[in-house]
Write a protein that binds this ligand. Structure first.
Ligand code: SAH
Ligand code: MG
Length: 216
């Protein structure tokens, strides 16, 4: 999105509460890739319309998006997964400060190994995938069985700083190139998925919204 348009939209967003503003600062200082402001607002609005009773988040980081989701939907039960020890510590502390221990359950470990445990808290009306970008197809496959019949799956960062359209030779880092290829593959796979309707919204860093097709 055009930079000044982006600034304009960010300026229009109402102030967050003190804790969330503090978390935004903290994330910036410590290079934690929390959702950007515009993407966050869009996600919250989708969730307000969808009204999920149970949400699963893959990729908690320091708990920013989990706390924002819980503030927007105080009755929702949120399960969130994180594998990084430092971030787990921060997330627990922020979730405590927000008084959200009852609403937000943090599962510690690799999401590739926690489907069984997370599934016990399901089914989920919304699944938010925001962890390792190269593993999205696997996360989708592992957690999709725990989606409720009317559920939605939201995948974040699917346009990856617009690198999905960059000529491959312009990306000098080999690992970044491999990641971009994987994300492009995921987007195509998702759009072609026979059981889901998906729309990719060019908001924030790109958000794919997938809705399970109703059985005929
Ligand atoms: N949703 C958060 C940001 C998540 S950043 C917010 O907007 O506030 C992505 C997080 O996913 C990182 O903290 C990273 O450690 C975690 N992650 C990446 N791969 C993972 C995996 N396989 N299992 C669990 N966590 C993972
Ligand atoms: Mg993200």
């Amino acid at each position: 999105m055009n930079h000044s348009l982006q600034e304009y939209l960010v300026d229009l967003i109402p102030a967050r509460n003190e804790l969330c503003s503090h978390m935004e600062e903290y994330a910036k200082e410590n290079h934690v890739p929390i959702m950007d402001r515009i993407g966050m607002e869009a996600l919250l609005q989708i969730l307000r319309i969808h009204k999920p009773g149970a949400i699963l988040e893959i990729g908690c980081a320091i708990g920013y998006s989990a706390i924002r989701m819980s503030d927007a939907l105080p009755d929702a039960k949120i399960v969130t997964i994180e594998r990084n020890g430092e971030r787990i510590k921060d997330a627990r502390s922020f979730i405590g400060s927000a008084g959200k221990e009852a609403a937000i359950t943090l599962l510690e470990g690799d999401a590739l190994e926690l489907a069984g445990e997370a599934g016990k808290h399901g089914p989920f009306d919304a699944i938010f995938i925001d962890a390792a970008k190269g593993q999205y197809e696997r996360f989708f496959g592992l957690y999709e069985p725990f989606l409720s019949p009317n559920g939605i799956i939201i995948s974040d960062n699917v346009l990856y700083k617009e690198m999905v359209v960059a000529p491959m030779e312009s990306i000098s880092n080999r690992r970044t190139r491999a990641l971009v290829k994987k994300i492009r593959h995921y987007n195509q796979w998702l759009m072609d998925h026979p059981d889901y309707d998906t729309a990719i919204l060019p908001i924030g860093d790109g958000m794919a919204i997938s809705k399970k097709k109703e059985k005929q």
